[in-house]
Every structure is written in structure tokens, then in C-alpha cells.
Design a binder for this molecule. Structure first.
Ligand SMILES: Cc1ncc(COP(=O)(O)O)c(C=O)c1O
Length: 421
């Protein structure tokens, strides 16, 4: 049967995630994976789950298995309110921060509207924006820091021209996925000034903010412009992604439309999970667990950086993130990380090609590496493999260059010959 006529006009705009395609094809545990943004499984509080579950059952009884309010259970909203110092009526619980992005897209965007974001940008957000047939444009930054640079240049918006259909800015200011870069305070202020001048909303996506391993906290964009910012938080990287829980902090007038939108999406966020998260948070277990995770990830980040230093061939550079789960690698111009991917996977090592995060698919000489998932003791073998694949690709591209030069020379000789006849 031909199903084409049944699909909506939105369907052709759906974008498949190359990252999730990788997971479909391979068992991550069987290879050296620097690909996904999976937390280290040892950070999951398995030991506490039995006690937490029992407490939820005893404390909330049947309520824990019943439908809940669309805005989230009061206990979790209260715990988030206390942790982040925002009023309860400014908090909407979401079924993960991916849903937070998606409801923002659904509530604010008409087909043809414009979202402004960084280039590269988080792929899951691009998928949402495109699904609502919005156009995604690069933020009009005057001076853009490229992810390959370890110290970003300062960025400014003065004099920048904004698209007339721009609705909001989508930004991951802390330890960005994919680049690992963190916006400075000055850059945040410039972004806020720009949003105020152009009357734009800001969607501040912050799933990594609490995973800082060096440097000091920089104020959230929400704290600088609460009237126009929707701050998205997530329990995925600080508790467990399997619970699919996140939150939005914003003005109640904005949350009201998101509340109505969420009624149609899923009626309410998962209730049992919310009670577990509320207990985890208010008992202090989240903070204890977080400080263990930070120690572990700091060590893994430092170890990966030292391995890159040791094994990567010259001409390769990478970012030095202060937190989060990713760093960004830039290879010599003529190396194509999309083309070398199959061979790397066959050799047993996975990464995500950087061009997938670019609005125009450019920068094929870049890749994103995750340092949270792979066990520390497997990292060295993984980096050695990756470095050897990169070396092959570098010499392959040099070979192609020299073949090209040789062919061009002989073509010129042929011309000379034909010219002489
Ligand atoms: C920047 C960013 N936003 C949102 C998400 C989605 O997270 P969640 O598991 O809360 O849906 C991710 C996941 O990797 C991410 O990197």
C-alpha cells in the first residue's frame, strides 16, 4: 500500500538524527564509543533506588501511580523552586528537556519563522525546529569563536541585523553540545542586549550547567533577562536519563501556553518518576551523587585530553571544556570525518562527525567526542584507534592531493603534446 497521502505536510521536514542512527546500528558496549551523550552508568544511584522507591510507595501510596497535574507534582516543583531560588509558579515540569525544546518550538513557531542559534548547534533542537517548518539561522555574531579554538574570541552583536521573522534565540551557554564551549559573561550580556533590542525570546538550554569541573559559574541568561528567557533544565545528566524528566523556568504568562500544549502532548509528566526525583533532590542525595559525578567526569575529561595530546597527529586541535560531556576536534582541512566514519566503526571506534551539527552541513573536518560514557580503562585503546584512523585519513587525503597534482601535471603535458600537433 502507498501511504504517502496520509502523511502531513510536516513529515518531509522531519530530520533523522545521524547520532541515533549510529546507536541503532551498533551495540555501544561492543566498541570504543566517543559518540553518544550517555552518562557513565556508574553515576546512576542504583544503590539508593530501592530505598527511594520504597519511600515513594510508603509516602505517596496510590498517588504515585495515578495521573498527576500537567504542570508537574507540587513536591518536585517545590524542590526545584528551593534549589534554584525561583517561585513555584515559574516552574513547569517536562518529560525531558528535549520535550522542553519541542514545546517551545510548538508554542512559538509558525512555518517560515526563524530561530537564531549558534553554528554548530545541538542536533535534537534542530530536529524540533525543522519539524515545525521553521528556518534556522546562525546568530548574527560579529566575531564568531570557532570551536577549534581553545580560547574563544569575544563575540558581539552590535550593529547586527536581525531577521524580521526571528522569534527566539536558542542557546546552550554552558559547556555546549556539541562544541564544549561556554559563553563568557560579556557574551551573555551582549546576547541579552541584542534580544532586548530586537524583542526576541531566549530559550536557554542548560542540561550540563551543574557538571562543572573547572573555572567558576557564570550567571544564567535567565537571571539576566527573566522577562524573556525560558530556562530549560534536565535530570538526564545529573540523575538518570531513563526517567525522562526536565523542567522549564519562565514567566507564568509564557508557561500558561506551554501548559495547554502539554495537555495535548502527554497529559502530565511521569508521576512516579517525579516523586523519585523529588525525594532524590530534597533528601540531599542529588548533591552527594553530583559531587561524585563531577569528580569522575573531571578525571575522564583530563585523561581524554592527555590521551589526545599523546596520540593525535600534528595538525589536529581540540577544545578544553570546563564541564559537560563533550569536546570538539578539528582536523586538517582536507580530512572528511563523514567519509572516514565507516572505516573507523569497522575498526571499532565511534565518534559523531561535526558537520551533522552545522546548519549547512559544512566543516566536514570536525568531530564531536564524548568523554563520559567510555570506561576510563578503555579510553587509551579507543584514542589510539581513533588516532590511527585519523592518520590514515590524513595520509589518504595527502595521497589524493599528490595524485591530483600528478594528474594535473600529466594533463598539462597532454595539453602541451596536443598543442604541438
Ligand atoms: C543541549 C541538549 N539539550 C537537550 C538534550 C536532551 O536531554 P533530555 O534527556 O533531558 O531530553 C540534550 C541531550 O543530550 C542536550 O545535549
Amino acid at each position: 500500500m502507498d501511504y504517502t497521502r496520509f502523511f502531513s505536510d510536516d513529515v518531509p521536514s522531519f530530520m533523522r538524527s545521524p547520532v541515533r542512527e549510529i546507536f541503532r546500528k551498533v551495540d555501544l558496549a561492543s566498541i570504543y564509543s566517543f559518540a553518544g551523550g550517555y552518562p557513565d552508568a556508574s553515576t546512576f544511584p542504583l544503590g539508593e533506588m530501592e530505598g527511594l522507591t520504597r519511600r515513594v510507595v510508603e509516602k505517596y501510596g496510590a498517588r504515585a501511580l495515578q495521573y498527576g497535574g500537567t504542570q508537574g507534582v507540587p513536591e518536585l516543583r517545590e524542590a526545584i523552586s528551593q534549589r534554584y531560588g525561583v517561585p513555584v509558579d515559574h516552574i513547569q515540569i517536562t518529560t525531558s528537556s528535549q520535550q522542553g525544546i519541542d514545546v517551545c518550538a510548538r508554542v512559538f513557531l509558525n512555518p517560515g519563522d526563524v530561530v537564531l542559534t549558534t553554528n554548530p548547534a545541538y542536533l535534537g533542537a534542530l530536529q524540533s525546529f525543522k519539524a515545525y517548518r521553521a528556518a534556522v539561522h546562525r546568530l548574527p555574531l560579529e566575531e564568531v569563536s570557532t570551536p577549534g579554538e581553545s580560547t574563544p574570541k569575544s563575540r558581539s552583536f552590535s550593529g547586527a541585523i536581525c531577521h524580521p521573522r526571528a522569534k527566539f534565540i536558542y542557546i546552550v551557554p554552558d559547556f555546549c553540545n556539541p562544541s564544549g564551549i561556554t559563553m563568557t559573561l560579556e557574551e551573555r550580556q551582549a546576547l541579552v542586549d541584542f534580544a532586548r533590542r530586537e524583542d526576541l525570546l531566549i530559550v536557554e538550554d542548560s542540561p550540563y550547567r551543574e557538571l562543572r569541573y573547572s573555572g567558576s559559574d557564570i550567571p544564567t541568561i535567565y537571571s539576566m533577562a527573566p522577562e524573556r528567557t525560558l530556562h530549560l533544565g534536565s535530570f538526564s545528566k545529573i540523575f538518570a536519563p531513563g526517567f525522562r524528566l526536565g523542567w522549564i523556568i519562565a514567566e507564568p504568562a509564557l508557561l500558561e501556553q506551554i501548559f495547554v500544549c502539554k495537555q495535548a502532548l502527554d497529559l502530565c509528566p511521569p508521576v512516579f518518576d517525579q516523586y523519585l526525583a523529588a525525594e532524590f533532590l530534597s533528601s540531599g542525595a542529588l548533591d552527594r551523587n553530583l559531587s561524585k559525578s563531577i569528580g569522575l567526569y573531571r578525571d575522564k575529561r583530563d585523561y581524554l585530553l592527555s590521551l589526545l595530546e599523546k596520540y593525535m597527529p600534528s595538525g589536529v586541535s581540540w577544545t578544553h571544556p570546563d564541564g559537560g560531556l563533550f569536546l570538539w576536534v578539528t582536523l586538517p582541512e582536507d580530512v572528511d570525518t563523514v567519509a572516514m566514519y565507516d572505516s573507523a566503526l569497522a575498526a571499532g571506534v565511534a565518534y559523531v562527525a561535526g558537520s551533522f551539527f552545522y546548519l549547512d552541513g559544512s566543516h566536514r573536518n570536525t568531530m564531536r567526542l564524548n568523554f563520559s560514557f567510555l570506561a576510563r580503562e578503555r579510553m587509551e585503546a579507543g584514542v589510539k584507534l581513533l588516532a590511527s584512523e585519523i592518520r590514515k585519513a590524513v595520509s589518504g587525503s595527502q595521497l589524493i592531493d599528490s595524485q591530483f597534482i600528478a594528474e594535473n601535471k600529466s594533463a598539462k603535458n597532454d595539453d602541451l603534446f596536443s598543442g604541438s600537433h
